[in-house]
Design a protein around this ligand. Structure first.
Ligand SMILES: *Cc1c(COP(=O)(O)O)cnc(C)c1O
Length: 226
């Protein structure tokens, strides 16, 4: 468990970095911070809440369930970021996350929509794009992203698509990472007419660059919990 002072210093540093990067784009470019607690203890999430942070991400359904239960008295906003297995779909729906960021195939979208329909529920989602072509990340191929986004809108009325999410290339040089962010951002821009308003890119190692490439939601874990 980390001390409140330690977490405050880490959070302040991230907030200042966000501020610097976003203002370099535009004073009107607002960036949302989702803190990712997957490597961290639940006590640290509670501390971050007391420091003012409200949006938290998890990448496992079971972990999300457990933490939501423990922190039920805090008005937290939960995001799901992981690869969703078919047998966990019902559980995730019951947990009612405010945003499911990792819709990474048309099959998953159809299955999720079907289960949402049965439960008469809706879910806000982002389509995950695999914009770095040199690794085996999950996500939709950039060339197919625009068509599939529209297909999900048309065939999945219980899914509210809000935009896109992408994990930057884990290459060694910034150029490769920047390329992948630019690919995602271009797709995002082309989807604004379809109602997309969230472009989720950037993690601990690359969030400043992601913001400069147009990201308006970053997901930061390890930089906070050191
Ligand atoms: C773990 C994770 C993050 C946070 O990663 P850090 O490098 O620890 O900041 C962000 N997004 C997703 C999808 C993740 O799984």
């Amino acid at each position: 468990m980390l001390s409140k002072e330690r977490l405050r210093a880490n959070l302040d540093e991230v907030i200042w970095n966000i501020e610097e990067a976003r203002v370099s784009v535009s004073e009107h470019h607002i960036v949302k911070l989702v803190t990712v607690g997957k490597y961290s203890k639940v006590e640290n999430i509670e501390t971050l809440y007391h420091l003012g942070q409200r949006a938290f991400g998890e990448n496992q359904v079971q972990q999300l369930e457990k933490r939501k239960e423990i922190l039920v008295n805090l008005p937290l906003e939960w995001h799901f970021l992981g690869n969703l297995q078919k047998n966990k779909i019902n559980k995730l729906i019951e947990l009612r996350p405010s945003l499911m960021q990792s819709l990474n195939s048309i099959e998953l979208a159809l299955e999720l929509n079907k289960k949402l329909d049965i439960k008469e529920k809706k879910l806000n989602c982002l389509m995950q794009i695999n914009s770095s072509n040199n690794n085996n990340q999950s996500g939709i191929n950039p060339e197919m992203a625009k068509d599939l986004y529209q297909e999900i809108i048309e065939s999945c009325p219980n899914i509210n698509l809000k935009g896109v999410m992408s994990i930057g290339a884990n290459g060694v040089d910034d150029i490769e990472i920047k390329d992948s962010f630019e690919t995602t951002y271009k797709i995002y821009e082309s989807l604004e007419q379809d109602g997309a308003n969230i472009c989720s890119m950037g993690m601990s190692g690359d969030y400043k660059l992601a913001i400069k490439c147009g990201s308006n939601l970053i997901r930061v874990g390890s930089a906070l919990f050191v």
